[in-house]
Design a protein around this ligand. Structure first.
Ligand code: HEC
Length: 153
């Protein structure tokens, strides 16, 4: 019964005018493209940006899928680790060195790498983003205090 219904639907679909189908396809593409431009997935960000260092381990960057390298890092928790990487740590440039990335996109890429190392990190939701921002503030404050005490004045 289901198969027959499907065949019928297919026939109806074939009758739909080609022009309508084309318009729908174009609209679909434009929407996808815009969504991709405003918000990249973790995998996209990783491929376009983070992989430059994290694929091969440039300057000791923890490599994608290297569970051993990531284990002690992910222990810090998603909010802390994402925030510290976002602010920058040693040879890890702030925001991955890509200023047009949003914190959300960066966080997704971090979660993507954590998942590749066997962790169960979800892409950040609103609550997680809030926590990352709090950790970011703390970190910036901490670094500022360090710098000031470092000058010895
Ligand atoms: C220019 C090279 C480079 C690029 C590009 C880069 N990273 Fe890194 N990243 C590093 C290095 C090096 C480290 C290790 C830093 C250390 O602990 O000394 C690191 C560490 C990290 C860490 C662990 C931070 C910690 O507290 O130890 C995370 C998370 C991370 N990167 C995420 C990302 C994400 C997400 C991107 C892409 C948006 C990215 N990185 C792009 C070089 C890079």
């Amino acid at each position: 019964m289901q198969a027959r219904a499907m065949r019928r639907r297919t026939r109806v679909a074939r009758r739909t005018s080609a022009a309508t189908a084309l318009v729908l396809a174009l609209v679909g593409c434009a929407t996808d493209e815009r969504a991709a431009q405003t918000s990249l997935s973790g995998e996209q960000v990783y491929r376009e940006t983070c992989s430059a260092c994290h694929a091969t381990g440039v300057a000791n960057a923890p490599r994608l899928g290297d569970r051993k390298a990531w284990a002690p890092l992910v222990e810090e928790g998603q909010a802390v680790l994402t925030a510290h990487a976002w602010v920058g740590v040693r040879a890890m440039p702030p925001g991955g060195g890509r200023p047009d990335l949003s914190l959300l996109e960066f966080g997704r890429a971090a979660a993507y790498m954590a998942r590749a190392a066997g962790e169960r990190w979800e892409d950040p939701d609103a609550e997680m983003l809030e926590r990352i921002r709090e950790e970011e503030e703390k970190r910036v404050e901490e670094l500022r205090a360090k710098k000031e005490s470092g000058t010895g004045s």
